[in-house]
Design a protein around this ligand. Structure first.
Ligand SMILES: C[S@@+](CC[C@H](N)C(=O)[O-])C[C@H]1O[C@@H](n2cnc3c(N)ncnc32)[C@H](O)[C@@H]1O
Length: 273
């Protein structure tokens, strides 16, 4: 049972700064109700009566801190989210990369879906690349998130029927098995994706990506944290590579080395050294 005054203004300041330091996620007065609601659920699950007591726990217990970060993230996603991004991938980004990589005899396209949530984004990319690339071309996808719950569900690759509504019929037949209550991603596609835990506050453990998708993640960060994340991306990309961010996100006004690219379908960024 929670205390009536389980969350005070002082608690808000403590949580705000801890969350920012640990994840880059920036809670303001406007989105405070979301934090309070998600914290309330976690306190009830853990049977802790006040935010203050729970704060002491997460300040010293790294495992519980991870679970808390998981509990406060927004994980909304869907297959083929923002189709123009995938049109640009097929008609602009892949042809550009193929031209460049062929010159170097490198036939593997490496992609990172950063903030992959429950997997719809990396599976969408995998289906598209499986359709568009043929031998000697290959692809590898790394998909990461800080939500352990999301990563588990992404790795399982099971989606209830309403969640596959954006998947074209042909893709559904080719890349999913119909199972009780929904659809499951076929193993051959799943095996192309490596799912892993990664907090975007930290430098990337991976290198040499040709494309990074980090869509609808930066929106939760303030500008300083966004810049830090984007610099980590720069360092983990191949000298010729592309960066996708969400359609309502922008690097405008930020001191980054990325170049803005406007295509017929969408806008994106590139590193072109
Ligand atoms: C709204 S979802 C976006 C999913 C997908 N990229 C899309 O556009 O549909 C945002 C995801 O970013 C993840 N996220 C938020 N902060 C993060 C951080 N610091 N490190 C890694 N992932 C983070 C959340 O756990 C969540 O799954």
């Amino acid at each position: 049972m929670l205390d009536a005054n389980f969350f005070t203004d002082a608690d808000f300041e403590n949580y705000r700064s801890l969350l920012y330091k640990e994840s880059g996620i920036n809670f303001t007065a406007t989105n405070k109700p979301i934090l309070v609601q998600r914290l309330r659920v976690r306190l009830q699950e853990c049977n802790v009566p006040t935010a203050k007591a729970y704060f002491e726990t997460i300040s010293t217990n790294k495992e519980e801190l991870k679970l808390f970060l998981d509990a406060i993230t927004t994980n909304l996603t869907w297959f083929f989210r923002n189709q123009p991004h995938f049109d640009a991938l097929e008609k602009f980004v892949l042809p550009e990369l193929i031209k460049e990589k062929k010159l170097k005899g490198d036939f593997t396209v490496r992609i990172w879906s950063a903030g992959c949530s429950s997997g719809e984004e990396p599976y969408t990319i995998a289906m598209l690349l499986a359709e568009k690339l043929s031998l000697p071309w290959q692809f590898e996808i790394v998909a990461s998130d800080l939500s352990l719950k999301c990563l588990m569900s992404a790795k399982e690759g099971f989606y209830e029927k309403p969640r596959i509504s954006g998947v074209p019929d042909g893709y559904l037949k080719k890349y999913f098995d119909e199972v009780a209550g929904g659809y499951k991603i076929k193993e051959f596609l799943k095996s192309r994706i490596k799912f892993d835990y990664h907090n975007l506050k930290n430098a990337s453990p991976w290198q040499n990506f040709d494309i990074i998708f980090c869509r609808n993640v930066l929106i939760y960060f303030d500008e300083a944290a966004q810049l830090e994340v984007v610099n980590h991306f720069w360092n983990s990309m191949h000298p010729k590579a592309f960066l996708y961010i969400g359609h309502s996100e922008s690097l405008f006004g930020m001191k980054t080395q990325f170049e803005f690219v406007k295509t017929e379908w969408t806008t994106l960024y590139k590193k072109w050294k």
